[in-house]
Structure formats: C-alpha cells, structure tokens
Design a protein around this ligand. Sequence first.
Ligand SMILES: *Cc1c(COP(=O)(O)O)cnc(C)c1O
Length: 516
Amino acid sequence: MSHQTYRSTRSTTDQTLSFEDAVMTGLASDGGLFVPSTIPVLKSSFITEWKDFSFQELAFNIMRHYVAESEIPNDDLHSLIDKSYSSFRSSAVTPTVPLDEKRGLYLLELFHGPTYAFKDVALQFVGNLFEYFLERRNKLIEDETKRTKITVVGATSGDTGSAAIYGLRGKKDVSVFILYPKGRVSPIQEQQMTTVEDDNVHTLSVNGTFDDCQDIVKELFGDEEFNSKYNIGAVNSINWARILAQMTYYFYSYFQLVKRLEGQDNAIKPDIRFVVPSGNFGDILAGFYAKSMGLPVDKLIIATNENDILDRFLKSGKYERSGEVKATYSPAMDILISSNFERLLWFLIRERVANQNSCEAGAILSSWMKQLKSSGSFTAADAVVKSAREHFGSARVTDAETLQTIRDTYDTHPSKYVLDPHSAIGVKASYDFIKSDSSNGDGRLVKYISLATAHPAKFADVVDRALSSVEGYSFEKDVLPEELKVLAAKKKRVTHVDLAISQRVKEVIAAKLHVH
Ligand SMILES: *Cc1c(COP(=O)(O)O)cnc(C)c1O
C-alpha cells in the first residue's frame, strides 16, 4: 500500500531512507530527526470502516501507511503488533473512561503496559522491531563476531529507563545500558529498573544528576571509535517508530468516544479535542499525524508544567529556551527544549512557507535551529505560527495547581479517581478550556479527551502530598497495585558508577560485554 520513505528534517538534498534505516539509525547525521517524506491522507470512508477495529487492527492499518510491505510483510507486521500489546493488562490496551462526563471530560488511560507509563505503548513495539530487524540481518550469520549487534545506551530520570528496559529485555543481539542519577528516581522506578533478571539488561546508578547522565550518553554517541565498536542505538523519543506506535491510541480513543456518544442522542455533533501533558512533544506529535491523516480532531491541546517553552511559543511565536530546567512535581515533563517540536516545525514550514519543497524546508529549519543553538531562541515565520495555532491550543499548569487537581478529582469523582501528577496537568488544562468554552456561549459542543500518561503509584511522594490529609486515604490500599508491591522484595541488580564521567561508563560497558 505504501512506498513511504524517510528524510532528515535538516536535509537539503533529495536523499531518503527506508523505514528500517530510519528506525535503526535514530538520529540523522546532520543532527535532524527522521520524518516521513509525506503524511498519508486516508480515504474518508475510514471513519466508518475502522470504527469497530480493535487496537491491534487499527495499529496495523495505520502502520501499513508508513512501512512498505516490502520491508515488513503483512503477516510479520501483524505478529509484531500482537506480541507488543499482549503484555498489556487491559484488553482494550488503552481504554478511554469518563472522568467528568457532565462537563464532557474523558481520560485516555495509557498506563496499562508493563511499567505503568505511556512510554510502554511505543517501547514494547520498538523492542520487538529492533529484534525483528536484527534477526533478519543476522539470519545467515553463524560467526558470533560477525553478527550485527546493538548497544542501547540511555539516560533516564525514571520513566523512559524502565519502559526501555521492559521493551528490550531478553532481545537477542541487543544490550541495554540505562544510566540514572543515584537517589534521584522514585523508589518504584528504581525497583522496576533494577529487578529485571535478563542478562542483556544493565542498570547503572551514577553518582551525579540526570544532566550528568545525559551528558555522558551524548559523549558516548559522539565518540566515533566507541560508537562504531559497540553500535550504539537510541530509544529516546527522537526514534520515529515511537511516534508511529503512538498514533494508534488517538484513532482508537476517538472511535471509542464517538460510539459512546452515539448512544446518548445528542442533537449537536460534538467537536473532539485531545489534551496532552507534554515534555519532549513526542506524545502530542503522534496526535498531529493522526489529525493530518484525516482524524477529525478539532484541536490538540498542549499542557505543560512550569517548563513551558511550548506554551510560550504558541502565545508569542518565539521559541526560546529558559535558563534552567525547573524541577517540578511532573519530572517526566521537565525539559528546556522539546526535541520533537522540530518535526512539527519542518512540516509547517514546508506547507506554509516552502511551497511543499522539502529541501527548502530543511534549509529554513536548519537556520532556525542554528539560531536556537547560538542565541537560545528564534522567531518563527508568521505563517508557521498561524498554522500552529489552528491545530494546537496550550495551557501551563503550576505545581500548586497539580496538587489541587489531584485532590479535587479524588474528592469529586464517584469512585475517588487518583491521578498521577502528569495526568493531573492534562486534567487541569482541560478544565481551563472547558471554562472558556462555556463563557464563549457559541452553542458548540466540545468533548475533551485528556491523556493519562502514568499510573499514580509511580509518583507516590506527590500523590501522597496531595492526598495524605484526606481521612481514610491510604497509598498502599488505594493506589499501589499488587504487581508493584512485590518488586520491593526482589533482588536488585545494579552497577554503581562512582564518578559521573564517560570513561567510567565506557569501562563498565566494555567489562559487561567482554569486547576488548
Ligand atoms: C514522557 C512522559 C510525558 C511527556 O511526553 P512527551 O512525549 O515527552 O511530550 C508525560 N508524562 C509521562 C508520565 C511521561 O513519562
């Protein structure tokens, strides 16, 4: 069905790559991110034809537009998808549930995967994809030293690390090294990362900060000798396959809500908006692709914490990094710059400024990125800002509001729903929009689907801060799932790195892999 190719957002040539190469390479050598050369637009009949599809069937039909059959045949793609989502605890994979139906607010629960966070939806698939491509490359190679192997190295402040480990555990020819700042991830996150028994998984607790860990990983990627020896791979959200896998839940949730509303006999057809707690812009970018493919989404709402570069951009048209990252109650969204935003900008530049010319879009984007690097900011062309505002809205949520939202939701929900701090940011942003809709009074009916990106058990300290004064509330009883309780008793496997320097980490990797 598709002969989709991929290109770098910063490329000024016609050179393109296959899906496999885009996924296995991760980041382009010119510093850009891989994007599909075109966004496929679906035939409008998909709205009725796909309506009753399962999550897995939708995933297949969407992915088929981005991955050529010559790269992954139908049967193989089906089994990759089935395998990836069989690890989820919900048969719906990502169920949509009412949170405050009277006011038109629903939650899309993305935390039913193995590590209880939304990153599982993508990383379960990416792990299987890596394995699939490596198996194929190595099929006829018996000499162990000649096989293509990948060493995935990543830094984490919590969620990415555990989701990557659970996605890659036990995969042949893949080793994974996850660096985390010692004493600075939540106890559950640390338990999840360090209790996995597979031999190919290595967790390194580094005496330093998350930034130190990230700097070390960047150094390893930049070290050509080391990189070519170990074939370093990336699973952070710059990997295109993650964005691809996340598109499915926008379609699935849309259909679930539409079917639910059909039973309610509304006179007016509602507009549907998705509200997305955002950091690196990977989650909501998948929503943008879904919308561009034809999913009738009225708007995508970016919800940020106090690290609000995206909210400021939408209001001012200026993309400007602030001095320092603020440590908030929603740590998975604590970023200075949203790496995936580059993919959106490239697309809007090409459409609105470069007359559909990809090379020209690459040149303009590169000049903006150079400005960002040298002066800390750039101002986007008016046409790009205007277009961004047509697709997106935004809201910024403070720590105090995050706590209040967890508390209010618990108090008012009939079964005392407990939000995690990231999901609470989406819910607060939704209510901000609901309030302004009702004051508009234009007779439109708007429904909000807010993305719940983590299970509250992963952020015990913040949830407790919000709820511990409530009579009868108990974290152990009300929040912590059995499956996570047992982790505390499991044996931990972790390598301590006493100095936060790349040399020490290189030594650990060499020793673990016995490559000399
Ligand atoms: C990663 C993460 C986010 C942010 O997603 P982006 O794709 O970086 O915008 C939000 N919430 C949780 C719990 C996360 O782990």
